[in-house]
Design a binder for this molecule. Structure first.
Ligand code: COA
Length: 169
């Protein structure tokens, strides 16, 4: 599969919402979200429009040669004045496009964005059962920094998460 990484455009909202809905519907519930729901296409469009004008966050997409979006990564700087050198990452790849380097390519683009933005550290939370994501992050160079007990609400329960981080040289 051939694909390219580019900045998301507000006109990607429909496709990105479909991608997020499909990933959210996977029974393993990989994504950290409220009630397993992603934002609406309208909200995603408004979000992407705002991000385009905002220097402290970015949304990157992986686009297959036929125009299909097969991956989405968001990265946003920590708002606390003492940790503005840190940014949080969110990532998803379409089920039929996995294990083909899309996740890695999106992370590489996030590192490039971070360098430009003066961000020195990427961090993320991943559910302990998400072996694919943990393997990707560890292969990429992320390290485990902590274990958050009952940190996220998921349906009627509170679930644990692993905190991982990548230091940018
Ligand atoms: C986790 C996810 C983003 C990985 O994306 P991807 O495009 O498949 O990742 P890559 O192809 O770049 O994988 C790079 C390496 O990570 C590791 N890896 C990725 N998926 C793996 C899996 N299912 N099992 C074991 N190792 C895996 C491998 O070392 C892989 O290299 P290889 O394929 O040469 O062996 C993707 O599975 C996904 O979107 N899952 C659902 C949503 C999700 O979990 N998001 C992250 C929330 S924190």
């Amino acid at each position: 599969m051939s694909f390219r990484i580019r900045n998301a455009d507000p006109s990607d909202a429909q496709q990105l919402t479909r991608l997020a809905d499909a990933v959210s519907a996977e029974p393993e519930a990989w994504l950290i979200s409220v009630a397993g729901e992603w934002r609406s296409a309208g909200d995603e469009r408004r979000f992407l429009k705002a991000v385009r004008r905002y220097p402290h966050a970015s949304v990157l997409v992986a686009e297959r040669d036929d125009g299909t979006l097969v991956g989405r990564l968001s990265v946003g700087r920590d708002p606390h004045p003492a940790s503005t050198h840190v940014a949080d990452v969110g990532l998803m790849v379409a089920l039929d496009a996995r294990r083909q380097g899309v996740g890695t390519a999106l992370l590489e683009a996030a590192v490039a964005w971070a360098r430009e933005a003066g961000v020195r550290k990427l961090e993320l939370h991943v559910f302990p059962w998400n072996e694919a994501a943990i393997a990707l992050y560890e292969t990429f160079g992320f390290e485990r920094e902590g274990y958050r007990k009952r940190h996220y609400r998921r349906g009627g329960e509170f679930v644990d998460a692993i905190l991982m981080a990548y230091e940018i040289e």
